[in-house]
Each structure stands twice: as structure tokens, then as C-alpha cells.
Design a protein around this ligand. Sequence first.
Ligand SMILES: C[S@@+](CC[C@H](N)C(=O)[O-])C[C@H]1O[C@@H](n2cnc3c(N)ncnc32)[C@H](O)[C@@H]1O
Length: 236
Amino acid sequence: MRPDVRYWDKMLPNQPEHANLYRGETFEKDLFESICASSGIGDPKNEFTLEESDMFSVEEMASNPIAMHYLQFVMRLAGVKRVLEIGAFIGFSAMSFAKALPEGGEVVSIEKFDKFAAIARRNFEANGLSDRITMHVGDAFEIIDGLPKDQLFDMVFIDGNKERYNDYFIKTEPLLSPNGIMLVDDCFYHGDVLNTAPGDAKGEGTKAFMDNAAASDGWYRIALPISNGLFMMIRK
Ligand SMILES: C[S@@+](CC[C@H](N)C(=O)[O-])C[C@H]1O[C@@H](n2cnc3c(N)ncnc32)[C@H](O)[C@@H]1O
């Protein structure tokens, strides 16, 4: 548990040029709060009835609220009805997606660990979102094999173990609808992908994905500097 980690520690890369007129002393926090206030982004703990884990805080482990708000915007723009998520933790991102679904839409979320999945399920229930979210517990790599091949997803959100990011991309691609949106969260992995040789196995996995993405000419793609990096792809 790292109670010192706050949302504004995980928002944007340093941008000294964009802060050179700022006269305060808490640039990241003030920028985060300005984005949230102008965009109508609430604290997840106020937006949802949220049971938390005693292992990791929401700030530390869950996706950034700005990224989630942005993806809700994209979902509404693109008319996303079915979402596949790899890595649920306590369900914050799954619930954010569920709230942006049209009538009849569904989020299918996969979480490896029982203890997180159980909290997520209680969160779905407490927020009246259980009917829109299907939770599978187990290793995503195995569970994906059991998903129906004819029920495609309009959006795939890869946020599980970074060591296998590229495998997840290859594995989920056939399940993505022709105009679907592929998303990979934390694509900068705390800067480790910028090292020629990443120092961490998760950084290595994320860099392998980024290196393959660089050669993926069949896709339009964009690495967005939101939080720890959000990679978006649509087929050409
Ligand atoms: C960064 S957290 C997910 C955060 C969540 N998407 C959110 O934004 O609220 C990553 C999650 O992936 C889960 N995970 C790790 N390896 C996995 C695997 N092989 N299959 C499914 N889930 C996995 C972890 O247990 C953890 O809960």
C-alpha cells in the first residue's frame, strides 16, 4: 500500500515548457484538478460506492480517472456496445465503461485473482451495474480461449500483466470487431519502455508491445500521454 501515490502523480509526463507561466508550487495537482473541474470528472470514491483492496490503493493500481473519462467520451462517440477488459482489479474501469454503454451493452472483464474479483463483484452490485458486467475469474490468456468466437467486441482494453501485453494483443485481435478500438493501458510503463534495455520484466513486456506497434502498418495508432500512457489502435 502506497498512500503517498496520488492521481496527480500519475497524470502527464513532465512538461516544463507548458508550466513556465505557472507561479504555484503544485503544478501536477493543480493541472489534474483543473482538468477534472472543467471536464466534470469526479473522484472515483465519490462517483462510485467503492470497496477498496487492502493491498493497493485505487490511486496506485486503477486507471487514471482522466483516462477513464476520455474513454467514456470515445465510447459514446463510436457507439461502443461490447467491451472486453483484461485486468479488473476492484472494478473501477469496468464500471466506468459500463456507465457509458447504451441500453443492452455489456462489459466482459477478466481478473486473475479471486480476492480482487470478489471486491469487484461487490462493487458492481453496490453500484447497480451487475447486469451490464460479466466477470470471469482466472488467467486471461486461458479465459479468452473459452469466449465465443462469434461475439465480437467494439473495444478491447488490455490492462493485465504487462509481461504478456503483446500476446494479449495477438490473442484478442480476432475478437475485435472490424471497426473496433484496441486499447493498451500504461504503455509507457513508468518510463521503462524508453530504456534500450528495460530494467523490469513488465517494462520489457510493454516495450515488446510498443516495438511491435511501431511496425503495425495495418493500424491507425496513437500513444496518448495520459497518465502512464494510453495506446489506441483502429484498423486501416
Ligand atoms: C492495473 S490493474 C487493473 C486496473 C483496472 N483495469 C482499473 O483500471 O480499475 C491490473 C490487474 O490485472 C490483473 N491480472 C494480472 N495478471 C492477469 C492475468 N494473467 N489475467 C487476468 N488478470 C490479470 C491483476 O490482478 C490486476 O488486478
